[in-house]
Ligand binder design. Structure first.
Ligand code: IMP
Length: 348
């Protein structure tokens, strides 16, 4: 990405990371925003109540996972709300008629449908249920999609925000198993273009969340530069003490457990499928370990500071300006090599 003119006023303290969370009409203010452009993934190994509370204390938002009994998920939501903090929650396309009312009664702030393929009539059923029973008072995101037709389907059916990404997650093997998906940068770029066309046509801005594949802070920055409004991360958060995974010692190093929602480990809670379906089931995610990074707070604060710092390089004080100013250029394989430390013996 190319730098723009950094003005004297472009210092991190002046950079604002506020970003829209739910849709709004042209010229209006979004009814709900985030104070930081990332949220935690709707996964058993990521978004339990401990992480949700600590992330919300930093001004962030977690989406409590739905691969658990409805009453357990509702209790987790209540635990966060008892601290007067904001929390999101995932819902699935199967038990939503019972799960959504329970989560709404528990005080959830925003919902999101959890699925690797959001371009489906099941998602329309969930969105219809919310609009019929709650009008616009309950906010719900949908996804995931990687194409314009997928985006339009969810937008036309009332999604408040839309998640982008299939197959890019660190624990994800969907592309290997089923050949479904698209490279994350291409997917974000394509769906952002679709969102801009939709905005011009209908005057409704639908926030986009880039979901999966973020390893480094610069990936968050690139997703925002490509036009995403915020990103969702699993691996990033699974590394912290606050994540639900156990601490594991391997060769003297500390790791945290991190497993995909499509792994057998996560799917074991399910009670819907018949024995015939279970026999044919295959995994779309792996069971893994990630190096433990300690407490969430210093990492989150450093990530936020890096994003602000890049905004300054591009002469921007808001994320909207940052996206307008971003000039993304292709990188050659030589460029990638020279971008890191090279031809030196690094001393730790
Ligand atoms: P990460 O941040 O790269 O670790 O990716 C996290 C994202 O991967 C989640 O937000 C989901 O969209 C996706 N995901 C979670 N579990 C699975 C799985 O088992 N298979 C495929 N994708 C998954």
């Amino acid at each position: 990405m190319l730098p723009g003119l950094t003005k004297r006023t472009n210092v991190p303290d002046n950079a604002c990371l506020k970003t829209p969370l739910v849709k709004f009409k042209k010229g209006a203010e979004p009814p709900m925003s985030l104070d930081m452009p990332f949220v935690s993934a709707m996964m058993q190994s990521v978004s339990g109540e401990k992480l949700a509370i600590d992330l919300a204390r930093q001004g962030g938002l977690a989406f409590i996972y739905c691969s658990q009994a409805i009453d357990k998920q509702a209790k987790m939501v209540q635990a966060v709300k008892a601290q007067k903090l904001r929390v999101g929650a995932a819902v699935n396309t199967r038990d939503f008629k019972e799960r959504i009312p329970a989560l709404v009664s528990a005080g959830v702030d925003v919902l999101c449908i959890d699925s690797s393929d959001g371009y489906s009539e099941w998602q329309k059923d969930v969105l219809d249920f919310v609009r019929k029973n709650y009008g616009e008072s309950v906010k719900i995101g949908a996804g995931n999609v990687v194409s314009e037709d997928g985006f339009r389907f969810l937008a036309d059916n009332g999604a408040d925000f839309i998640k982008v990404g299939i197959g890019g997650g660190s624990i994800c093997i969907t592309r290997e198993q089923k050949a479904i998906g698209l490279g994350q940068a291409t997917a974000v770029k394509d769906v952002v273009a679709a969102r801009e066309r939709y905005f011009k046509e209908k005057g409704i801005y639908i926030p986009l969340c880039s979901d999966g594949g973020i390893v480094y802070d610069n990936h968050i920055i690139m997703a925002l530069a490509f036009g995403a409004d915020f990103v969702m991360m699993g691996r990033y958060f699974a590394r912290f003490n606050q994540a639900p995974g156990k601490l594991v010692n391997r060769d003297g190093k500390q790791y945290k457990e991190y497993w995909g929602e499509g792994s057998n480990r996560a799917k074991n809670w399910q009670r819907y499928d018949s024995d015939d379906v279970k026999k044919q089931a295959f995994e779309e995610g792996v069971n893994a370990l990630v190096p433990c990074a300690g407490d969430l707070e210093p990492y989150v604060q450093q990530t936020l500071y890096k994003i602000k710092s890049t905004m300054c390089n591009l002469g921007s004080t808001t994320l909207k300006e940052f996206k307008t100013n971003a000039r993304i250029v292709p990188v050659s394989s030589v460029g990638i090599l020279e971008g890191g430390a090279h031809d030196v013996l690094q001393v730790k």
